[in-house]
Design a protein around this ligand. Structure first.
Ligand code: BEZ
Length: 235
């Protein structure tokens, strides 16, 4: 009897589903090859399409920023390896866009013609397209745990500055034991975790903790200088 593999969609806090794949930079085992590093696994709908081209040029131009944050980029589409190679060569040799030219994509781009990986990661969303992956972004931490997920539809190019901001915020939360408020960027105040008891909360409100500002008992922030964040995150 034929069996159909049913995949769930990986969620925040799940172990990143494992796979082996052929890429433009050789074979990879994910996430084990990336142990000890952050990885951003992202999908795009198709090679030789305009939104994807603008995204790859932008992401590749920022790849040194991600490396400095101990993060490797891994792309995927359901196209084949030779299509990937031809598209990336065209980008490098022919496309000049928004001041970016001669852009070399040095991070691996997975071929997924069987759609095995795309299905495992919930990148195929039939209401949007049954044959192309949506623009998914998975942030995987050094232990192989999915820490954030963002999905965009086919027509919407991603904001790579936001992707970098999310990575920095996740690393800041891990390194400093804080949370980050709306629109946070390095240098902005961070959120002190909510106190476990009323006594501590009262102390916080009365300003007994140096450098802490409380807006109410459940909402306290403190300064975290940009230089401290950058030093810790290895920039
Ligand atoms: C694009 O990258 O331009 C694109 C890809 C698939 C569907 C729509 C747009």
């Amino acid at each position: 009897m034929e069996t159909t593999q049913v995949y769930g969609m990986p969620r925040i806090g799940d172990a990143a589903p494992e796979f082996k794949a052929v890429t433009t930079q050789g074979d990879i085992n994910f996430p084990s090859d990336y142990k000890g590093k952050w990885a951003i696994l992202f999908s795009h709908p198709a090679d030789f399409t305009p939104v994807c081209t603008s995204e790859f040029m932008t992401f590749a131009s920022m790849s040194k920023d991600f490396e400095a944050l101990n993060c490797q980029l891994v792309g995927l589409s359901v196209d084949g390896l030779y299509s990937h190679i031809a598209w990336l060569r065209t980008i490098k040799e022919k496309i000049e866009y928004k001041g970016m030219k001669n852009v070399e994509v040095t991070f691996p781009l997975i071929e997924d013609i069987t759609m095995e990986v795309a299905k495992k990661y919930g990148m195929l969303q039939p209401g949007e397209s049954a044959t192309k992956a949506v623009r998914a972004v998975f942030f995987v931490d050094p232990k192989g745990i999915i820490r954030a997920v963002i999905y965009y539809p086919l027509s919407l190019g991603r904001n790579f500055d936001e992707i970098k901001r999310v990575l920095i915020a996740l690393q800041t939360a891990d390194n400093f034991g804080v949370a980050t408020p709306a629109d946070w960027r390095p240098g902005d105040d961070v959120i002190v975790p909510t106190a476990g008891s009323c006594g501590v909360a009262k102390e916080r409100m009365e300003g007994l903790q140096e450098g802490v500002t409380c807006y109410d008992w459940f909402f306290c922030t403190k300064k975290l200088p940009k230089e401290e964040v950058e030093k810790k995150l290895g920039k």
